[in-house]
Design a protein around this ligand. Structure first.
Ligand code: NDP
Length: 333
């Protein structure tokens, strides 16, 4: 039984992670909120025995094995460093931090403390993406040449807060959604991006200098090119993920989502066939792998290094949009 402390009384923990931890046999011992009242209400609403207002008290006052960090992104670094120092295993939300230098310090500190460190890139855990990855690895589409990611959605009203007006917290569509695209592309393709060119839009929802939509093209080591479209402002689109190869295409529909849904069609010279999918809760799958990694069985779904890749690519996207120039992607690994 892994005992968890939640750092952050967040929406994502409320909507997905508390249930996922419990469904995977974890026990939630405590929650940390910066507000006494919010923390107490959150704990009581979710049946969590203890609420704390500082990370130090959460780490020291009740025995726990692991922490799940889902505060706003500028807070992740100090919370990860304190948790690693206390010897806790850490599941941290994406983006790991708001700068690559900070994220590198976090990953290095966890390696030095010998704790399991994972990035919560849930899309790796989708049956759809794993089926695409397996089909590509089995040569079903020949050599992959290009990919298209459609991940433009409408930001639900209850999430229209810091994402739209706080650059310091890592707001904006790129650090929110493009990070996931990059990780999913790396996972499905088994390849790493090397450069990117992108253009952003601010169409009324986001403020300050934050983007509420972005399009771009990444080039991968193999030479594959991938286009992506991410948005907070797209009310009526669906999502998709396609990979096109010399011998076939994989067409994923409704696959860039938190829900265990979606379809994948393989299209080649023989026609079309739908891949068999065993849909399971993405977050539960991730927590099960994290628990196993703590027990010494395998690795978490997405590691700290994976988080460095997705962050470095996203920061390169943002810089490309600002400068108008192609940017190199280099997580420094
Ligand atoms: P929230 O805005 O819900 O929570 C972030 C922080 O905001 C909380 O830690 C909390 O502070 C404070 N907060 C929350 N609700 C209120 C409120 N009603 N009034 C005042 N303060 C409030 O963020 P999300 O859950 O959307 O995102 C948190 C993290 O998770 C981010 O890093 C994000 O990128 C990531 N995320 C990841 C997803 C995934 O699928 N992997 C999906 C969604 C988000 P305090 O704890 O101090 O009370």
């Amino acid at each position: 039984m892994i005992r968890w402390g939640l750092i952050g009384a967040s929406t994502i923990a409320h909507e997905w992670m508390i249930d996922a931890i419990r469904a995977s046999g974890g026990e939630i011992v405590s929650v940390m909120s910066s507000s006494v009242e919010r923390g107490a209400k959150y704990a009581s609403d979710h049946g969590i025995p203890h609420a704390f207002t500082t990370v130090d008290s959460l780490l020291s006052e009740q025995p726990i094995d692991a922490v799940y960090i889902s505060t706003t992104n500028e807070l992740h670094k100090e919370q990860v460093l304190a948790s690693a120092k206390a010897g806790k295993h850490i599941l941290c939300e994406k983006p790991l931090a708001t700068s690559l230098a900070d994220a590198k310090i976090m990953v290095d500190a966890c390696k030095a403390a010998n704790v399991v460190f994972a990035t919560n890139h849930h899309l790796r855990n989708a049956a759809t993406h794993t089926a695409m990855r397996d089909a590509i690895a089995a040569g079903k589409i020949g050599k992959p040449l290009s990919a298209r990611v459609f991940h433009a959605v409408y930001l639900p009203p209850h999430l229209q807060g810091w994402r739209l007006d706080r650059p310091d917290a890592g707001g904006g569509v790129i650090l929110d959604i493009t990070v996931h695209d990059t990780d999913t592309l790396r996972y499905v393709l088994g390849d790493d991006p090397v450069e990117v060119i992108a253009s952003t839009q601010q169409s009324g929802l986001a403020k300050a200098d934050l983007a509420d939509a972005v399009m771009g093209v990444m080039r991968f080591r193999s030479g594959l090119i991938a286009m992506f479209h991410d948005g907070f402002t797209t009310k009526y689109s669906d999502t998709g993920f396609e990979v096109h190869g010399t011998e076939g295409s994989l067409i994923g529909r409704n696959v860039m989502t938190q829900k265990p849904i979606g379809t994948v069609v393989l299209r080649n010279a023989n026609g079309e066939s739908e891949l068999k999918l065993d849909h399971k809760n993405l977050y539960e799958t991730g927590i099960a792998k994290f628990h196993a990694a703590i027990a010494g069985n395998g690795k978490p779904a997405a590691s700290g290094d994976d988080g460095l890749w997705s962050l470095s690519a996203s920061l390169a996207v943002a810089k490309s949009a600002k400068t108008g120039a192609m940017q190199t992607i280099d997580p420094g690994l």
